[in-house]
Design a protein around this ligand. Structure first.
Ligand code: THG
Length: 265
């Protein structure tokens, strides 16, 4: 499982002011604790600062990269912000995200061509949010084919089928899970990713729903997630699920995690 640490996001009340005031030590701390707890990428999102977003994202990238070795996942729907942000990022970032929305698609494709950057392909189009597996697969197919036609490797594409709150539609969970399964069947080698905690918006005991949904999604083939790596139960749950699914030869990761005390929660 590849983990994108979600904590450096200005929409979180806890960190909004630290970003606004460019509190270097606090951002460095949150980057380091996520990396130390298993993050493979650090998501940076300053989307709430209208007009100042590019400046804040660039500062976040510099701050994160001065403190951890892992790359950033640059989280903005604005292609102009992405373009500026990519210039200050050292090494290969993950871009979050391209979609089939005309403006994003047309402005981001040239940015990706000829590079080895990773990109999240969000299942969204100008026709609005997809609800069923079939809606999502139509968009995903166009995204994957369009990207690979431009020479982008399947291994650099992370399809996000968009998790929607189960409280707003009983079938949103299963439609998402079926999409993960279909993506792995039809596009072998492509990655799948999501912001999984969306599923539990508006219902109690969110961690219970999130952890259960994570296990179900991994079973269908989910191989990456935007999540809180400081959630020890979730991290333990991921390791146990992968081991039980036969994706951990000789239970090595499970045993190592146990010995390192990662299951003491
Ligand atoms: N797909 C992609 N990118 C994404 C998302 C996605 N980026 C943003 C988001 N969704 C994932 N990131 C977060 C970051 C923080 C929180 C949730 C998702 C979070 N939320 C708390 C809550 O939900 O209650 C607290 C919010 C607060 O502090 O106000 O912490 O789906 N590609």
């Amino acid at each position: 499982m590849q983990i994108v640490g979600e904590l450096i996001n200005a929409s979180r009340k806890k960190i909004r002011n630290e970003i606004k005031e460019k509190n270097y030590d606090e951002i460095a701390r949150v980057a380091k604790e996520q990396a130390a707890n298993g993050a493979d990428f650090i998501d940076v999102n300053a989307g709430i600062f209208v007009g100042g977003e590019a400046d804040y994202v660039k500062w976040l990238i510099k701050t994160v990269q001065e403190n951890v070795e892992i790359p950033c996942c640059i989280d903005t729907p604005d292609p102009e912000v992405l373009e500026e942000a990519v210039k200050v990022h050292k090494g290969m970032p993950m871009l979050n995200s391209i979609s089939l929305e005309k403006d994003r698609w047309e402005k981001m494709l040239p940015m990706l061509e000829g590079t080895d950057m990773k990109v999240i392909a969000l299942c969204m189009s100008d026709e609005g949010m997809p609800y069923t597996k079939d809606d999502r697969m139509k968009i995903a197919g166009k995204l994957i084919n369009g990207l690979t036609q431009k020479g982008i490797a399947l291994d650099n594409i992370y399809v996000d089928p968009l998790v929607q709150p189960i409280g707003t539609g009983d079938k949103f969970g299963i439609e998402f899970l079926n999409t993960i399964e279909a993506l792995n069947e039809e596009f072998k080698g492509v990655h799948t990713i999501c912001g999984l905690s969306n599923v539990s918006y508006g219902i109690p005991k969110r961690k219970l729903a999130n952890q259960t949904f994570m296990t179900m999604a991994i079973t269908k083939g989910l191989d990456s997630a935007i999540m809180n790596p400081m959630d020890k139960k979730m991290m333990a749950n991921i390791i146990a699920t992968e081991t039980l699914l036969g994706r951990d030869p000789f239970c090595e990761k499970y045993m190592n995690a146990y010995r390192e005390g990662l299951f003491e929660y």
